[in-house]
Design a protein around this ligand. Sequence first.
Ligand code: NDP
Ligand code: MG
Ligand code: MG
Length: 337
Amino acid sequence: TTTVYYDEDADVSTLDDETVAVLGYGSQGHAHALNLHESGVDVVVGLREDSSSRAEAEDAGLRVEAPDVAAAEADRVVMLVPDTVQPYVYEAIEDGLDAGDTLQFAHGFNIHYGQIEPPEDVDVTMVAPKSPGHLVRRTYERGEGTPGLIAVYQDATGNAKEESLAYAKGIGCTRAGVIETSFQEEVETDLFGEQAVLCGGVTEMVKVGFETLVDAGYAPEMAYFECLNELKLIVDLMYEGGHMGMWNSVSDTAEYGGLTRGEEVIDREGMEKILEEVQNGEFAREWINENQANRPAYKQYRDAEQHHQIEEVGGRLRELFAWGEDADAQKEEAPAD
Ligand code: NDP
Ligand code: MG
Ligand code: MG
């Protein structure tokens, strides 16, 4: 059975004699920095000189320094710049990691795939809200929190787990519940989930469903409603009540048709191959090389996606129908990572 940690299992004052450097002030960075600050933790934000977020952080009452200055001063350095940028930022702050300091992440990619190799005398940990930063901030302000993960990769001080829980409490996660995992498990399940199910699987299923109807001569507008728009209603039912909650809410015809035909569209071996390439590092190597080459394939895929008929139809329909504005408001809350 999994242990879930709540507020009473953590003590923010564990971080009382620490300065925490939050590197980056984007989705996660702004939420961590502000929540910690309001929880009474000494925070310094690390941003490059020309950063577009510098003014925003300073206006919020936070101290801002260059990443290397912030890291040198801090006892805990939290990497909240984009994963593809982290290895470069790490080079700049590496010298600021003293024995007994902590290097902390919100996603394990760079540690698990060896893109960052910290010295042995620092703690290496993860505190990862299972939610986009805007919700981490908004729920905290309401006195609530978002669920989170903690993981310890390297425990040089012997305090790594206790301090991770204290940090999780400082950003509000223990209000909702925190579970412990490993860097390996977090990375592999995260990459598999976003590729096979959440981002890759779902968009491909919607796209091919849309194309199948349009190619057979049905109106693109009908195909859009059926294959994309209604997906949200179904996902909401699953989110609230699991599969049975959903099956109980749709018609018996939809339930029978779905139960007998769903399997037909899923390629189980394809999913296993995706997991294998995550586990053996093939995906990570491909993505690292892609970035070093300035993302040629990424740009091509993105361009094709942008010019797909479903985007044009959807753009038009979202303008015409009442849910458009609501959908925009929800976009920033959509779980991305
Ligand atoms: P963002 O893309 O929102 O980070 C943007 C911030 O990084 C900005 O402050 C930006 O500052 C700074 N930055 C970008 N490039 C550089 C650079 N070259 N040098 C210095 N600073 C730079 O990141 P996220 O918050 O999305 O992700 C941070 C971490 O959190 C990642 O490890 C991610 O996997 C993880 N995570 C993200 C979640 C999410 O929902 N977004 C959920 C859970 C984990 P500037 O103005 O200078 O560009
Ligand atoms: Mg230091
Ligand atoms: Mg992810």
